[in-house]
Write a protein that binds this ligand. Sequence first.
Ligand code: TPP
Length: 321
Amino acid sequence: MSAALSSLSLIQPPDQLFSRAHFLASPRNFGLPSLRLSTSTSSYTNHRSSVPVVAASTSNAVKEKYASKSPSSSSNPLITKEEGLILFEDMVLGRAFEDMCAQMYYRGKMFGFVHLYNGQEAVSTDFIKLLKQQDSVVSTYRDHVHALSKGVPARAVMSELFGKTTGVCRGQGGSMHMFSKEPNLLGGFAFIGEGIPVAICAAFTSKYRREVLREVDCDHVTIAFFGDGTCNNGQFFECLNMAALWKLPIIFVVENNLWAIGMSHLRATSDPEIRKKGPAFGMPGVHVDRMDVLKVREAAKEAVGRARRGKGPTLVECEDI
Ligand SMILES: Cc1ncc(C[n+]2csc(CCOP(=O)(O)OP(=O)(O)O)c2C)c(N)n1
């Protein structure tokens, strides 16, 4: 643990040290997300809308604060051996890749900042492995593993981090700006929230092609990943509005690790239950344990299926229990 912490601390700018160490202090974050089966979910209806807020779980802090609000329903997290192996392989790839990044950064082989994804693998794997090649993914500045899950070769991502011309962006983007046309990875973004409008454009394109240009087979969906801190950014709200207004085939995936660098989510956010912001705009808001691979997969299947069927956007908040 101490080795992991010390190598991580060397790849984070000083303002990230406390939060990252704090995040890593949880033993669960040293294992891959679990494959444990759990069967209950909870739901309640937002007072401003009839769109349900579905809650699979809450963090302890939020649970204490909102303990009284969650009656339950059920889910059916079934998976075949082959599917399980695909998920497992992708998560192991993500973890091994990031561990190697930590080592290489520590040895001074990479320039700029490098932000790792350890502990969040289930989210990337579960959502992106449901997508087709033509579906789009928009990432954040913590983007290596999203790129891997979307099919960018690990060699091209690592070369990018080394600043080589063989990198996915010819070595000119670096850690926070992974982009690859063929798998429709529409970018990592150093400025938080900047990727969300790009994702809206991709989703709008899909809808325009299907409904205006009459390309009936165009059922492409877009996923935008971002952190809890980004949800206090104006672009998030503007994009929720447009997505709901135009019923766009998009999924907003919030990777809520309870910290925005050194700022606690609970200190910075008037209502820490991010999923409630979905129903406020007229789309479902789902809450799921991001450490439970099967639960995340169920939430992802539901949201991706909904977008593909032309039923509009979903906001999914993935959080530790
Ligand atoms: C527009 C903008 N403002 C401020 C920053 C500085 N900054 C870098 S990371 C970060 C916090 C991001 O937190 P979150 O969205 O929760 O992502 P996570 O830490 O979970 O990856 C901030 C404010 C930035 N990159 N872009």
